[in-house]
Ligand binder design. Structure first.
Ligand SMILES: Cc1cc2nc3c(=O)[nH]c(=O)nc-3n(C[C@H](O)[C@H](O)[C@H](O)COP(=O)(O)OP(=O)(O)OC[C@H]3O[C@@H](n4cnc5c(N)ncnc54)[C@H](O)[C@@H]3O)c2cc1C
Length: 331
């Protein structure tokens, strides 16, 4: 049983774990899960190398309330500062780990399942930023198919339609199950022969649907292009035997997710497009907090905002849940 599990190792997730260390929690009781193979993936990916990282970014005040703080720095210095925070605080960061689901037990502790492990924890903090996007295919999707070529099954109501799901992971199976249940004719296209990326439940459910003829699976199939025909997606397969086939909808499940879908999947309530947040960034789920860009509204925050939000969340976590103490002067 961990005390704190943090999802996302950017400035918010790292500082969350650092705050917990400074509140006296042992590093063995904290775990950070990062879906990329390195921390601060957004900074590494989106900042130009020559960028000056400003402390008062977008006009956010450069005043730090917690343990971590930066002045204006280069990109390299910013990453080194975060590297050191992980090292000096002996943080356990697990890379290439994607959260699949989360369950809250009756005693309010959590079970968090990933592609690699199952974690038991008292508190969860989500610090995944706002830059997540679903992965897109490498061919062009015609603009006028935007309501028929989808990246999840929640944005448009799909019933009694012919639907092609593309992918071979858990989302692909879950979409097939959901679409079949809603009376759709479902076809799944997957590049490989075996479904090695799915958990056992999803694989068994999918294969059962195939046996019942509720889902047709096109194994080892590749889509070469997508065109519009009579306002519908016409899919051209690379395999001659499959040729071109028209569907009412194509739903891609190629990995990645928008932060909104991820939070909803974890059971967090929304008010419109914003998650409902209570005091110190606690969500509608007791013991589940957000930090960083996720707490700063649609335009996102700054690095210092991320650090400060972690400090604010930690104050409540200490006061109400973990019986620790956090007492830091403003810098
Ligand atoms: C181009 C650009 C320039 C900027 N310049 C500045 C600046 O000069 N100064 C400044 O203060 N701020 C700047 N910002 C803003 C700053 O980068 C963000 O406010 C800050 O990075 C937010 O930190 P975060 O930890 O909330 O999110 P992020 O930095 O986005 O980190 C989120 C982390 O979570 C991981 N993750 C995502 N989804 C999952 C998942 N499902 N499971 C596990 N891990 C996941 C990501 O891989 C990433 O490592 C800039 C932003 C951009 C895009």
């Amino acid at each position: 049983m961990y005390d704190l599990l943090v999802i996302g190792a950017g400035p918010a997730g790292i500082s969350m774990a650092v705050e917990a260390r400074h509140a006296g929690i042992d590093s063995s009781r904290i775990v950070v899960l990062e879906k990329a193979d390195e921390h601060s993936f957004s900074i590494k990916k989106y900042y130009p190398d020559s960028k000056l990282v400003t402390a008062n970014y977008k006009g956010f005040e450069a005043k730090c309330t917690g343990v971590m703080c930066i002045p204006d720095l280069t990109k390299h210095e910013t990453i080194s500062y975060l590297d050191k925070a992980i090292l000096q605080n002996n943080l356990k960061v697990c890379y290439n780990e994607t959260v699949w689901k989360m369950h809250q037990n009756e005693d309010k502790t959590f079970i968090v399942s990933t592609n690699k492990n199952e974690y038991h924890t008292k508190i969860v903090t989500i610090a995944i930023g706002i830059l997540g996007k679903p992965n897109k295919p490498d061919y062009k999707i015609p603009l006028n198919l935007k309501d028929r070529a989808l990246f999840d099954v929640t944005s448009v109501e799909i019933t009694n339609a012919k639907v092609l799901v593309v992918g071979g992971g858990d989302s692909a199976s879950e979409y097939c199950q959901y679409l079949a249940q809603n009376g759709n004719e479902v076809v799944l296209s997957y590049r490989k022969k075996d479904f090695t990326r799915m958990n056992d439940i999803n694989r068994d459910s999918l294969l059962e649907l195939e046996r019942e003829n509720k889902v047709k699976i096109l194994r080892e199939s590749r889509i070469a292009s997508l065109e519009e025909k009579d306002e519908k997606p016409a899919v051209k397969f690379a395999e001659e035997i499959l040729g071109e086939q028209t569907y009412d909808f194509v739903v891609y499940a190629l990995g990645g997710s928008t932060p909104e879908n991820f939070l909803k999947m974890l059971g967090i309530e929304f008010d419109g497009v914003e998650p409902v947040l209570k005091e110190h960034y606690e969500t509608s789920v007791q013991g589940l907090f957000l930090t960083g860009d996720l707490t700063a509204g649609p335009k996102g925050g700054s690095i210092i905002w991320a650090f400060n939000s972690a400090n604010a969340a930690m104050k409540k976590i200490c006061r109400d849940y973990l019986n620790c103490k956090i007492d830091i002067e403003e810098k």
